[in-house]
Design a protein around this ligand. Structure first.
Ligand code: ZN
Length: 106
């Protein structure tokens, strides 16, 4: 049933299975600047260094681990997208900041 669902979804929407599956399209791609403070220095922005698929949720959406790196002190932080459910974004692991998509910088 699950693979049939994926097939039908891809057939209908033409999306890549490990890309933007589902309605929620997250903007947290590699090399994007995020306006979230570094927990180690005074930097007010961090860069998305890695985007890793962790697992697949029960609703079929992929759960991503997003790794942030500070451009000033190079310390890292991380958060999750689609944590347990599509559209749920976690707080950062070290600085405990709730990530929202309006934090995307230019
Ligand atoms: Zn820093």
């Amino acid at each position: 049933m699950f693979s049939l669902f994926i097939y039908e979804y891809e057939h209908e929407y033409g999306e890549d299975r490990f890309g933007m599956v589902g309605r929620f399209v997250d903007p947290f791609q590699e090399n994007v600047l995020l306006n979230v403070a570094c927990s180690n220095c005074q930097s007010s922005a961090m860069i998305i260094a890695e985007r890793n698929v962790v697992n697949t949720n029960l609703d079929g959406s992929p759960c991503y681990q997003i790794v942030l790196v500070c451009p000033q002190c190079h310390s890292s932080d991380e958060f999750s997208v689609n944590q347990g459910k599509e559209g749920i974004i976690s707080k950062t692991k070290h600085s405990h900041i709730q990530i929202i998509d309006t934090m995307i910088g230019n």
